[in-house]
Write a new protein. Structure first.
Length: 246
């Protein structure tokens, strides 16, 4: 449906004199939304080198702890919201894992010892894993945040700041995991361990910068946090698996 031209801002209703609204800053839109406008905004977001998406991605690739620190300390204008970044990263990783078939390999590798290798067991496991993958991945962030809080109480970081750190790190390693997924599927299958080791190394370095603690303590604390996190997350999954298996 077309929209009649107007001299008032479509966002806040204020009168516009010039290209931008003096009240909210939105660009003056003389016509309704159209496909070229959507395509232009998408292209700007993906291609424009100074967009918040690329600033966030490149910053997290170079120094994830620094980006998380800047965001927690109030320098947020140039970065994507960490929750949105995390959800986008998890969704991209899950989509790549399922689309390439690496998903089934993960399911096979995670089957419990003695749980049987029948096609029925594998089918049930992968079905439950697929159904709850995104939910468990999103739940992992607050669980991980609580674990980090336990070991970094003296860092001066509060729960909200640690949560934003967790979102940035989980989202970024998920996006980097997309590359590993395609390498495993189409170049050479390396399994999960190389990717997990790289991701853990990134996380330790990020925590070292963000929490401002000595590297030795950070390394030990992150290992303990990660073990508790895995136990809790694995417990949640096996409850779901047992429920569907009964």
């Amino acid at each position: 449906m077309s929209v009649a031209p107007t001299n008032s801002c479509r966002n806040c209703g204020a009168q516009i004199e010039g290209a931008f609204c003096s009240q909210c800053g939105q660009k003056h839109l003389s016509n309704g939304l159209n496909i070229p406008e959507i395509a232009s905004e998408l292209l700007d977001t993906v291609v424009k080198p100074d967009s918040r998406l690329w600033t966030t991605f490149l910053g997290l690739t170079r120094n994830p702890g620094h980006v998380a620190s800047e965001y927690a300390d109030g320098k947020r204008a140039r970065y994507v919201n960490p929750v949105r970044y995390c959800i986008a990263g998890i969704a991209a990783s899950a989509a790549a894992t399922i689309a390439t078939g690496e998903f089934e390999q993960i399911g096979l590798s995670m089957l419990p010892e003695g749980g049987g290798s029948s096609s029925e067991s594998i089918k049930l496991f992968t079905s439950v894993f697929a159904k709850y993958l995104n939910i468990l991945a999103i739940l992992s962030v607050p669980i991980y945040t609580v674990c980090l809080r336990l070991f970094f109480l003296r860092s001066g970081r509060n729960m909200a700041e640690i949560f934003s750190f967790s979102c940035f790190v989980v989202g970024h390693v998920s996006l980097l995991g997309v590359v590993a997924t395609f390498v495993n599927s189409y170049v050479y299958f390396m399994g999960l361990w190389p990717s997990m080791i790289v991701n853990f190394g990134i996380t330790i370095y990020a925590a070292h910068v963000f929490f401002r603690r000595k590297f030795g303590y950070t390394f030990l604390a992150m290992n303990m946090s990660y073990m508790i996190y895995l136990v809790v997350l694995s417990g949640l999954f096996w409850v779901l698996y047992s429920y569907h298996a009964s």
